[in-house]
Design a protein around this ligand. Structure first.
Ligand SMILES: [Zn+2]
Length: 507
């Protein structure tokens, strides 16, 4: 008898401090057969599921995959609509022996703190005790609701994330073992009173030597050694997503053992202890530099590119991408040969109306999030206009673990940031785009700038840019900018996080 496995996806990384909530339109929507067409042979989480299921000769039933991306709080109406679309497909699938889901794990919905947890609970209510294995982002918030309503949850092991495909394969293999009755997963969850810290909990670097010295990479290597024990089915160490501001948006460890709850508990305790012991090292490994100092360091550096990371305005953490603090310092200090990305649909429209070669007086940035910074008036020349659609060909966050300039085609990814305009102001190039800015070299190139040829490159990121920029960067400086993704949490008032918590409180 052939097993029948349903495959789907659902998720968001909700920043509860976002001024753009509620979010209605998902960023990615894939339904039914397209889920197979878009993922077969690709280095995605679902691509990993499909490869293993197809090799095992199983019957695959595609449902839907809905991702809102890194964003704000999801509108209740949008959430209910797409959740019922997924559950309806599962109910109509006929006999299903197992379910594989590609989740994120940090979705906050209007009125609900754990969007994906409720989805898992409703799937169980609708389909009964069918085994469900889900892959979650390493920034997933691990609630009891999620753990109690799935057979197994598997987290990414990399930050920036370059192992989606590998974890997809792990999940599918585990589901097959569960369906065949070979294993009986028992789960132990250990939550730590710790908010990230995401910057220092980096695991992967383009330069393998640097990866070796990262404290969280060291812990991940240890985890993978422990996983070689055949009694252990999976160990995931989740950073959590502090900016969701739910009681569980903290660091947590999930250990899954085969029918041995004592062993699962011991392993979860051991890994949690390793992480807790390293908490001060995570803070030290990526120090935050004040804006003026960082810009001086970049200007005075003997050679570029120097990457200035606008951590308070992380495109990958639900921030608006219109922080002008670094641009203001660059202009004030007379920096040259610098490129700054900003999301500003109004400025793009002005540039398009004026046309290439014209000079415009325009306010850039600071229009979406007025709490932390202001728009800046510039007199700019319009250099290049583009449709903002491009293909990410090199290593990137959400991609594949290869260290080479161009990845194999199955790992390429299409991106769309809306229309863009390249403006030039006194030797500083400003890329304005309608949508959130990109975090890889291809974004800059598509807008008309080769970042490897610039002295100073601003990126709006925490970790994500590292997958792409480490191959060209002479130096990367994390700049202590304000905003809804500030790693020092300055100006952010948490309402739901359990206190005391590291690093906000003395513990
Ligand atoms: Zn993540």
């Amino acid at each position: 008898m052939k097993f029948r496995v349903a495959v789907g996806g659902f998720g968001a990384e909700s920043n509860s401090f976002s001024v753009e909530s509620p979010v209605r339109e998902p960023k990615e929507k894939t339904f039914d057969r397209n889920l197979l067409l878009e993922n077969f042979g690709k280095k995605t989480t679902i691509g990993g599921f499909l490869e293993v299921l197809a090799k095992a000769g199983l019957d695959i039933f595609p449902t839907s995959r809905i991702f809102w991306g890194p964003t704000g709080i999801i509108s209740r109406e949008s959430y209910e609509h797409y959740k019922s679309e997924l559950i309806r497909r599962l109910e109509n699938a006929g006999k299903v022996d197992g379910i594989l889901l590609d989740l994120h794990g940090a979705m906050v919905v209007e009125g609900y703190l754990d969007g994906e947890g409720i989805l898992l609970k409703e799937i169980r209510e609708a389909l009964g005790e069918v085994p469900v294995v889900a892959v979650l982002d390493i920034h997933g918030n691990i609630t009891d609701l999620k753990v109690n309503n799935a057979s197994a949850l598997i987290g990414y092991k990399t930050n920036p994330h370059v192992d989606l495909y590998e974890r997809g394969k792990d999940a599918a293999k585990l589901l097959i073992s569960i369906m065949k009755g070979r294993v009986d997963p028992v789960v132990s969850l250990k939550r730590l009173p710790m908010l990230g810290p995401n910057l220092g909990m980096s695991t992967w670097s383009y330069n393998p030597k640097e990866s070796k010295n990262l404290p969280f990479a060291r812990i991940m290597r240890r985890i993978m050694e422990i996983e070689r024990d055949p009694r252990i089915l999976n160990i995931s160490a989740f950073i959590g997503f502090p900016y969701s501001d739910i009681p569980e948006s903290v660091t947590s460890v999930l250990a899954i053992a085969n029918a041995d709850s004592k062993l699962a508990g011991e392993v979860a305790d051991l890994v949690a202890e390793m992480i807790w012991e390293s908490r001060n090292e995570f803070i030290k490994v990526r120090p935050l530099i004040p804006v003026n100092d960082a810009v001086d360091m970049a200007i005075n550096a003997p050679e570029g590119p120097v990457i200035l990371v606008d951590v308070g305005d992380n495109a990958g953490g639900g921030a608006p991408c219109d922080n002008t603090v670094i641009l203001e310092a660059l202009l004030r200090k007379g920096a040259e040969d610098a490129v700054v990305p900003l999301r500003d649909p109004e400025a793009v429209a002005r540039a398009i109306t004026a046309g290439v070669g014209s000079t415009i007086e325009v306010d850039v940035g600071g229009k979406i999030d007025g709490r932390f910074y202001k728009p800046i008036r510039v007199r700019a020349c319009v250099k290049v206009l583009s449709d903002g659609k491009y293909i990410i060909r090199g290593p990137h966050h959400g991609g594949y673990m290869a260290r080479r300039k161009v990845l194999p085609k199955e790992a390429w990814k299409r991106a769309d940031v809306g229309k863009t305009a390249l403006l030039e102001v006194d030797g500083i190039e400003i890329i304005v785009s309608e949508g959130k800015v990109g975090m890889e070299q291809d974004y800059y190139k598509a807008a008309g700038v080769d970042p490897s040829q610039r002295k100073i490159v601003i990126v709006k990121s925490h970790q994500a840019h590292r997958a792409s920029f480490e191959s060209i960067a002479k130096r990367i400086i994390e700049v202590d900018t304000p905003g809804s993704t500030s790693p020092s949490y300055k100006g952010l008032t948490f309402k739901n996080i359990i206190r005391p918590v590291f690093p906000l409180d003395p513990i």
